[in-house]
Ligand binder design. Structure first.
Ligand code: NDP
Length: 701
């Protein structure tokens, strides 16, 4: 039946011939435009609902009807300006053909004549002045900044190494802000669009030239970690020791051809590997575990050089926990039992757990070797082949693990390492020949990976971020609780996903808790990560350190009380690295940024509470759900509390201990699926059901 367009239902037109909806939209647009005019002319303070109403010739009630309070109207206006820049950028990006042209497109969109004018500039300035105080404006500004930085980073990474790309992206964003600010403050006497664009263009070209030149002249001979010599800067990863700035290696980035070849090799190799018995595969993994233990010190040192973590940690934990994981799966895979189902006298059924085929692991930078082991051990034990991409900042020990697997007897192609940035990760997540992705990374990466994996319906395991609560009740063993809080915040300089960074302490013991915490934190030794006495090493990169310091600064401005730390440490040689002192904030509130955002650095927030009901509700009031801890001597309360905490892993009277036997993973935005324990076996296998007939078939025809 042809559609009768006449019958399409529309709201009745008003007298001016405009439908009600269109009229409403037009009114909204008008009010937003009037707001921008008002901000440009009379500033933030003068821009009241009454003023907007007066300028628009409507009643203040109508303005309130559309936008509620003044902040609602300002947020809508700010959003509009940010959207204009974003649309402009999208249009320009669509026409840009090279990474450099895409970077220019972002600069031009921000500084082009369409936006870079007095009216918009003064309105931006008014918004910026309020961003720290008005939540809605901050949201808009954060989203706008994040989008710009991520576009810049991903294009720059195609030209220069990742770390340099991150910092150049931050510089460009800062310069764009600076140019706007100067122009607005000088009332457009000092800048016009053309010279602002020229300034940024010259800056970016200059930096890119310097970086590429430095890359060519500094590039060492291929190290033992580098499979291929990087031909161009944009095809390479420069691996840096974050404690000293020293270059450790230059690796070639793997692109589509390398990933395709790796998948083809893995497909071939996987069949033969899966044909072995689980016990045979287990014996190979046992040998690999022994080799890991034998090379503990050598691997720990490499991990320390690449991550900045203290050698006392990497020697005791990183390699050992990897070896434990291999040993565990070497044992349990052989004992993997399925079901037998009695279907009456004429049939029975059984299930088989079979490998998925070729799977991929993508790792984060905080526990590079451990993550590679946590993903590859169950994958290989179950008969899969794995292609693993380490984080670009820490790509070295995964290569060592590959060598160890080969030496232990893992056939060629069953475990392969590809190197690269997010694009290489995407080649894996989008590859039709790969059946599963296991990612450890940020929530936003998890979402991107899941969306990319959907096209080929891959399974996903996502180990993502957290902002976990650690609750200290009034009856807790206080010294143990302080130990838990220190372990759960300052181990690995706080770069641990499950950290208990929201420390809720009962009012009756808070003062004493803080005193003990201060004393023990003051005694911690920050220093050269290779010194066995060092307890706190470097953060992973300059950019990450700036993020951590930025959040510390926000903690202070938002009214948290600094108990100890709070600054970068630059004494002596530490100035060449990225060291931040363990930091404790007291008197924190649930709505502070340091309490809501994952910092992934040595920053602890202490919050006071009065009763169990209240603290559980506050502990759960987060989008994350990775872990939680409870310190109390009341066993009933401990179990009652953990049953109500929304977290994948809970500790009672301990924190951050992760035995391989216990499944590990998150709920809510902290992830999907589980690593470790028997649970991981289910994520690396698929179930086949088999029906077995024991009698003749009764067919009706
Ligand atoms: P990222 O999410 O930035 O990166 C993780 C990995 O994913 C890296 O190898 C990265 O490559 C790669 N990647 C990035 N974008 C994509 C994409 N679109 N497609 C495919 N791969 C991609 O995390 P970080 O490395 O910064 O690690 C810190 C985060 O990891 C924190 O949020 C932390 O909480 C979380 N984490 C979670 C753990 C858990 O078990 N739940 C444990 C440890 C950390 P590249 O680095 O080369 O860009």
């Amino acid at each position: 039946m042809p559609l009768n367009t006449q019958s399409t239902i529309r709201p009745p037109a008003n007298r001016a011939g405009v439908t009600r909806d269109e009229g409403e939209d037009a009114r909204r647009v008008q009010l937003i435009e009037v707001t921008i005019d008002s901000l440009a002319e009379v500033g933030y303070v003068g821009t009241t609902l009454a003023e907007i109403a007066r300028r628009a010739g409507v009643s203040p009630g109508l303005v309130a009807h559309y936008f509620g309070e003044k902040d609602g109207l300002l947020e809508a206006a700010f959003r509009k300006l940010a959207r204009l820049v974003a649309m402009n950028a999208r249009g320009r990006l669509a026409l840009a053909r090279t990474p450099r042209a895409r970077v220019q497109a972002i600069i031009d969109a921000n500084l082009g004549p369409e936006n870079f004018d007095k009216r918009t500039g003064i309105a931006w300035l008014a918004f910026w002045g309020q961003v720290l105080h008005v939540e809605g404006l901050r949201r808009v500004q954060t989203a706008y900044q994040r989008r710009m930085l991520s576009n810049l980073r991903s294009d720059l990474r195609r030209m220069i190494p990742g770390e340099a790309a991150r910092s150049l992206a931050a510089m460009i964003a800062a310069m764009i802000d600076g140019v706007w600010l100067r122009a607005a403050l000088s009332e457009w006497q000092e800048a016009d669009s053309e010279s602002a664009q020229a300034l940024l263009t010259a800056f970016v070209d200059g930096r890119l030239r310097e970086l590429t030149r430095a890359q060519r002249s500094n590039g060492p001979e291929p190290t033992e970690h580098a499979g291929r010599r990087a031909p161009h800067a944009q095809d390479s990863i420069r691996v840096i020791n974050p404690a000293t700035g020293e270059e450790l290696a230059v690796l070639a980035v793997d692109g589509a051809a390398e990933v395709d070849a790796a998948v083809a090799r893995a497909r071939l190799a996987q069949k033969a590997w899966a044909a072995k018995t689980a016990a045979e595969r287990g014996r190979v993994l046992q040998v690999a575990a022994r080799l890991l233990r034998e090379r503990n010190d050598e691997l720990a040192e490499l991990e320390t050089r690449n991550t900045g973590k203290p050698i006392q940690e990497t020697r005791a934990v990183d390699v050992t926990s990897g070896a434990e994981c291999l040993e565990y799966y070497a044992g349990v895979a052989a004992g993997l039992a399925c079901e037998h189902l009695d279907l009456g006298p004429k049939a029975f059924g059984y299930t088989r757990r079979e490998p998925l085929g070729v799977v991929a692991g993508i790792g984060a930078w905080n526990y590079p070797l451990q993550i590679a082991c946590w993903k590859s051990a169950p994958a290989l034990a179950c008969g899969n082949a794995m292609i693993f991409k380490p984080a670009e900042l820490t790509p070295l020990t995964a290569v060592k693990l590959g060598e160890i697997y080969r030496e232990a007897g893992v056939p060629d192609g069953v475990f392969q390492v590809v190197q690269g940035y997010a694009q290489t990760g995407q080649l894996l997540t989008r590859h039709p020949g790969i059946r599963k992705i296991s990612l450890t990374g940020e929530v936003s990466t998890g979402k991107a990976v899941m969306a990319d994996a959907a096209a080929s319906l891959k399974q996903v395991t996502l180990e993502l971020g957290g902002k976990s609560p650690l609750i200290v009740f009034g009856d807790a063993h206080l010294e143990n609780a302080v130990s838990g809080a220190l372990l759960g915040n300052f181990y690995s300089a706080g770069e641990v996903c499950s950290n208990g960074t929201r420390v809720f302490v009962h009012r009756s013991v808070r003062r004493e808790f803080i005193e003990r915490l201060r004393a023990r934190t003051a005694a911690m030794r920050i220093g050269d990560p290779l010194d066995p006495a060092t307890q706190v090493g470097a953060l992973i990169s300059a950019e990450h350190m700036q993020k951590v310091l930025g959040l510390i600064a926000r903690g202070r401005t938002q009214g948290a009380r600094l108990v100890i730390g709070g600054a970068r440490v630059t004494a002596g040689a530490l100035g060449q690295g990225y060291f931040v002192a363990p930091t404790v904030f007291d008197a924190c509130h649930d709505d502070m940024d340091i309490v809501r955002q994952e910092i992934f650095g040595p920053v602890m927030s202490v919050l006071e509470f009065d009763d169990e009901e209240e603290v559980i509700a506050r502990a759960n009031a987060t989008e994350f759900g990775l872990a939680a801890g409870v310190f109390t001597n009341d066993l009933t309360r401990a179990h009652r509390a953990v049953a109500r905490l929304e977290a994948g892993t809970c500790w009672i009277n301990h924190y951050n201990i992760t035995p391989i036997e216990l499944p590990f993973g998150g709920v809510k935005l902290s992830g999907l699926g589980r690593e470790n324990g028997r649970a991981a076996l289910e994520h690396y296998t698929q179930l086949k059901s088999v029906y077995v007939a024991m009698a003749d078939i009764e067919a009706p025809y």
